[in-house]
Design a protein around this ligand. Structure first.
Ligand code: MGD
Ligand code: MGD
Ligand code: MO
Length: 758
């Protein structure tokens, strides 16, 4: 049957990247930039003396390659380097109530913030405020709280190591460990799960390992959109003959085919490189089942090999010397039936055995994963089963093998490394005390969900945000929005206006900051900042563009001034540190020995790699071994029979809550975001059709209903549906999160769909 024609919905035929990407970049530049600056901005990105791309955390080959083309990197840069401005005149012309009605794209599309602004209730407008007054008010409000634990200090992962370090220092001297962080909504399942398994909460591979891998698994991530520079690496691997296996409910073009803009022959002949050698459309939330099925296959192949007099498939030497817990894992796998695995995975035993066999036959294996793994009620369990699978064949701590969580924000990993954590360890606390001479608080603080709960319950009255758009990124806007409107103080250090800034507290202040692309001049001269990528490489970033407004301050200076205003008896020389960022790096080195010779080592091309014990087979777990950990049972949703599982995903034209445009090219969507991707059979069995308007309700809780979405018949696993983040966040209750890590379950929401009532 021919598909019915639906406005803005078509099948996308092309490969990832290619001419469409070049066209999209040209469009992005035209839309945002004054022509003079564009080439400089783009050409210094990820160059030895340029700035780190704010797009994603995928590493660069030594930071010395010729300009690596990336469509979404170019969008991120042009969005920041735009010639548009959100000025005091703009705020004078629009009340906050009026701006609230604007959509997320239009708010940010007004351009860069230019002046510090404070909310004036009488006129319902943001009005200009001097930096001095802003700091005085913030300092007074923070000092007025009965308890420092009544304030929340959010971080979004774009800020540099230097800014993050100074921020945590300020917050700890102020007296709390309340550090809600974008990471809590992102890779927290990794940060909590991996240390228990292998003793470190980060990936173990380097870019060079990809040159030696025989099989590469991509589970629950979409590199064509979210880590586009990874496609170049995958392409090399595919050309070399390495197997690339994708496990994803949706057929993602970026995992299937990639036409490299750097390879003129491919561009000219319109050919492309096939990436995935195998693609398995797992049911949303079915990864534990797939991973257990793969492990069962490995065990069975091992037994068969031994029976034939072979040497087996398990890496027995590794397991004996380096691990604990294999017996419990074997017992758990034996007790898990194929029947249940097939049901939960939405794949047949034959298919899972195929994947398991590819894994078992490959000498060196890397497993990459993203939000499709972490943002579940069992996200930590997912991560730990990946570690188990790797450990069975000793695929950790040797060349060409390892675990590779794809981090989100470009410096989210670095922010964590330098102290943004609600659970400080003793070394961090001792380091701060030694270097700065004050006693940092030891009591555990709030993560993102806990912070919102505390704000909702009136236990926290102040919120400072170093970047981001917490209210929109967080689950459950119906809880989060009113909660934030009950604050006494809300401060947003930001580059662009967003919805979180429009949730008015008694006192609301916006502080505009420099972005990564801009020249940062302080008392000692032009400054450089540093960041850490997904593979623990730390390197410098130096902006080259003229700041968007003469009134902007760097995040570092803003934090320093805030600290000075809030802490009259401070022991830290804030202004000295802010005047010369190399002094901040010296302080970081003082607190964290891993940063030895920090200022010197960032001079090397490509920077330096922070040591990762697990990649040297040193296990920093209590038992000094890597642990096989059990996830009991499978993820089986107990909700109604007709329930589907909704996952929320990013379009190609968005950066988290920043909506660049309304297209999602690789999924064939143009000019709209109000779509839901559904398997054709799931539509048919409900009497629905491609293009129908439907409502999505949380199973068992019709009060949470997202109305009037358009159903798109899509190549998605049966039983699974997908919609865009953040539009679908109202379907995720605040309490729906991974019990172990607190990561909201943005990707496993039981829902029912029906023809729209509106
Ligand atoms: N251009 C751009 N780049 C970005 C971002 C952006 O928004 N735009 N965001 C940045 C950030 S903060 C992050 S965290 C990363 C996010 O990068 P990704 O992890 O790629 O993010 P998502 O779009 O959430 O998509 C995850 C993928 O998981 C799949 N998936 C969904 N549910 C499941 C499941 O249950 N199992 C499996 N196996 N797969 C599933 C989806 O189909 C999708 O392909 O990207 C970073 N880079
Ligand atoms: N349903 C659903 N929800 C999700 C997710 C999902 O997959 N599904 N993903 C989650 C994930 S992985 C993440 S990381 C979070 C993201 O959560 P956040 O990090 O809070 O959100 P962003 O959209 O990245 O923040 C955008 C804002 O950051 C500010 N900004 C941009 N650049 C800079 C800068 O250089 N400095 C400063 N100070 N501010 C800047 C701008 O004002 C902009 O409006 O969302 C989470 N929410
Ligand atoms: Mo993220």
């Amino acid at each position: 049957m021919a598909k019915r024609k639906v406005e803005g919905v078509e099948d996308y035929q092309g490969a990832a990247a290619g001419w469409g990407a070049l066209k999209a970049v040209a469009g992005a530049l035209r839309g945002q930039m004054a022509v003079v600056n564009e080439t400089h901005g783009l050409l210094t990105m990820n160059q030895p003396h340029g700035f780190d791309c704010p797009g994603c955390a995928w590493p660069d080959p030594k930071h010395t390659s010729s300009f690596e083309f990336c469509e979404n990197g170019a969008k991120a840069v042009s969005w920041e380097a735009t010639s548009k401005r959100t000025t005091p005149e703009f705020f004078a012309a629009h009340t906050v109530s009026e701006l609230w009605e604007w959509n997320d794209h239009d708010l940010e599309n007004e351009g860069r913030l230019t002046h510090p602004m404070a909310y004036d209730k009488a006129s319902d407008r943001y009005v200009p405020i001097s930096w001095e007054d802003a700091m005085t008010r913030i300092g007074a409000a923070l000092r007025a709280l009965d308890d420092p634990n009544m304030a929340e200090f959010y971080t979004s992962g774009r800020c540099s190591n230097e800014a993050a370090f100074l921020y945590q220092l300020f917050v700890r001297e102020y007296g709390t460990n309340n550090f809600p962080d974008c990471s809590n909504m992102c890779h927290e399942a990794t940060s909590v799960g991996l240390p228990q398994s292998i003793g470190v909460g980060k990936g173990t591979v380097t870019l060079e390992d990809f040159d030696h891998a025989d099989a590469i698994f991509c589970i629950g991530h979409n590199p064509g959109t979210n880590h586009p520079r990874m496609l170049t690496t995958l392409r090399e691997c595919a050309k070399r003959g390495a197997a690339i296996v994708s496990i994803n409910p949706l057929r993602e073009r970026g995992l299937e085919r990639f036409m490299s803009p750097q390879h003129p022959v491919e561009m000219l002949t319109n050919s492309s490189t096939q990436l995935s050698s195998a693609y398995y459309q797992v049911k949303v939330g079915g990864d534990v089942a797939v991973l257990k099925g793969m492990m069962k296959t490995v065990i069975a192949l091992d037994a068969a090999s031994l029976a034939e007099g072979g040497e087996g498939v398990l890496d027995r030497a590794f397991i004996a010397e380096h691990t604990d817990g294999i017996d419990a894992l074997l017992a758990d796998l034996a007790a898990t039936s194929w029947e249940r695995i097939e049901k939960s995975a939405g794949l047949t035993r034959g298919e899972i055995e195929e994947i398991g066999t590819i894994y078992a036959r490959a000498k060196n294996v890397i497993i990459n994963y993203g939000m499709g793994i972490t943002q579940h009620r069992h996200g930590t369990g997912n991560v730990q089963q990946i570690a188990n699978l790797l450990m069975l064949r000793g695929n950790l701590g040797r060349p060409g093998a390892g675990i590779s969580p794809l981090r989100g924000h470009s410096n989210v990993q670095g922010d964590r490394t330098v102290g943004i954590t609600e659970l400080p360890n003793q070394a961090l606390l001792d380091g701060i005390k030694k270097v700065f001479g004050f006693e940092p608080p030891t009591q555990h603080g709030h993560d993102a969900v806990a912070a919102v709960r505390a704000i909702r319950d009136g236990r926290s009255k102040a919120l400072i945000c170093l970047g981001g758009n917490l209210a929109v990124a967080m689950s459950d806007p119906e809880t989060t929005y009113p909660a934030m409107r009950g604050l006494d103080l809300a401060v947003h250090i930001a580059t662009k206006l967003n919805r979180s800034h429009l949730l008015m507290a008694k006192e609301s202040i916006i502080l505009p900051c420099l972005g990564r692309t801009e020249i940062d001049v302080q008392a000692s001269g032009t400054q450089l900042v540093t960041v850490e990528d997904s593979m623990s490489m730390v390197h410098g970033s130096r902006g080259g563009l003229k700041p968007a407004s003469e009134h902007l301050k760097s995040e570092i200076l803003i934090v320093a001034e805030m600290a000075k205003a809030a802490l009259p008896a401070t022991k830290v020389k804030w202004m000295e540190l802010a005047a010369d960022y190399s002094k901040i790096r010296d302080a970081i080195e003082g607190v964290f020995p891993a940063f030895k010779d920090y200022n010197k080592r960032i001079q090397e091309p490509g920077g330096f790699r922070l040591r990762n014990a697990a990649s040297e087979r040193e296990w920093l777990t209590p038992g000094k071994k890597a642990n096989f950990l059990i996830f009991s049972g499978l993820y089986e949703d107990g909700s109604a029979d007709d329930a589907l599982t909704l996952t929320t995903i990013r379009s190609h034209d968005q950066y988290n809550t920043t909506i660049y445009g309304m297209n999602d090219r690789y999924r064939g969507i143009t000019g709209r975001r109000d779509v839901v991707f559904v398997n054709a059979q799931d539509l048919a069995s409900r009497g629905l059709q491609h293009g129908d308007r439907i409502d999505l309700s949380v199973a068992g809780n019709p009060a949470r209903t997202l109305r009037g979405m358009t159903a798109v018949a899509y190549k998605i696993a049966q039983g699974s549906v997908a919609a865009y983040y953040p539009e679908a966040n109202m379907l995720v209750a605040l309490d729906q999160h991974d019990a172990k890590s607190g990561t909201p379950a943005y990707k496993s929401i039981p829902i029912v769909i029906a023809a729209s009532a509106t």
